[in-house]
Write a protein of this length. Structure first.
Ligand code: SF4
Length: 285
């Protein structure tokens, strides 16, 4: 058993292998893939704990029976870590295929939005996946109920859909500022960038600075387009997916909540931003 130092990037398998070898957790360029050349150049299979935990019920139930749980290609169960403005935050093991609406509002899971407020948006699969407004997380663009499956959440691509991702399900109520939330995500990815590739190393920092400028009351309308331009120059141009993880939330927030960014620019930012970050023990860089 080896304990990591807590770096987000070590969730990327080759960075994990580098750190296991005692080096800085920098992702490797692939190929060669770890199954061919992994820890100390030996073939290595990297799985997460959730995958390994699923082996027991698959063996006990037989694969055919286990595969009957779920819908379509999304078979079996999935751990969903539900947080945000809900009555019952926690980690839930769900059978894939329940509706998003059931997951948010039923007493078995999240128990509805806290303080009787209404739903504004959801980040369905961890901070890197596209945020969706309430209407698109509850129903697809075609009006079908959105299901907690890989396929249903991805329905509509990144224009009207999102991803199940890691199952980090963040619920936001009507009072949530998408711009402030995005700033928190962007600061995180800037901090976690390993710095190997310029688009990620520089781009995450630029996005953080521009968002801070907007929140601090000095934003200009052209900053919103600049943010869009920077995120588009990170996606697909980096060694590992942390680049995309940093870019996708920015793109989705602007795609679905552009008017909120414009309001911040028009109204000279959130005057309470310093107070907000002091209150939450965060640093403004
Ligand atoms: S994308 Fe970011 S985290 Fe990944 S290798 Fe490049 S600089 Fe490092």
């Amino acid at each position: 058993m080896h304990c990591g130092g807590g770096a987000y990037i070590c969730g990327e398998e080759t960075a994990l292998i580098e750190s296991l070898e005692g080096k800085r957790g920098n992702p490797r360029i692939k190929p060669p893939f770890p199954a061919v050349k992994g820890v100390w150049d030996c073939p290595t299979v990297v799985n997460n704990v959730e995958t390994i935990a699923a082996v027991v019920p698959i063996i006990e139930m037989t694969g055919d029976e286990y595969a009957k749980i779920g819908v379509g290609k999304s078979t079996g169960t999935k751990l969903i870590s539900a947080s945000g403005h809900i009555n019952k935050p926690g980690v839930y093991e769900i059978e894939l295929g329940i509706t998003v609406e059931d997951f948010i509002y039923s007493d078995e899971y999240c128990g509805g939005i806290s303080n009787g407020k209404s739903l504004k948006a959801v980040v369905a699969g961890g901070s890197s996946v596209p945020i969706l407004p309430a209407n698109l997380i509850l129903k697809t663009a075609a009006g079908e109920p959105r299901l907690m499956t890989y396929e249903s959440l991805a329905d509509g691509g990144f224009v009207t859909g999102t991803m199940l991702g890691s199952g980090g399900f963040i619920v936001m109520d009507e009072d949530t500022s998408v711009v402030k939330n995005l700033y928190t995500f962007t600061r995180f990815y800037h901090h976690e960038s390993c710095g190997q590739c310029s688009p990620c190393r520089e781009g995450t920092g630029w996005m953080e600075k521009i968002l801070h400028k907007i929140l601090d009351g000095h934003g200009e309308m052209k900053d919103i387009d600049l943010l869009w331009d920077i995120q588009s120059k990170i996606e697909g141009k980096t060694i590992c997916p942390l680049g995309e993880a940093a870019a996708w939330p920015v793109a989705a927030a602007i795609r679905h909540f552009r008017s909120e960014f414009e309001d911040y620019v028009r109204n000279h930012g959130a005057k309470d931003v310093k107070h907000y970050y002091r209150l939450h023990n965060l640093e403004i860089s």
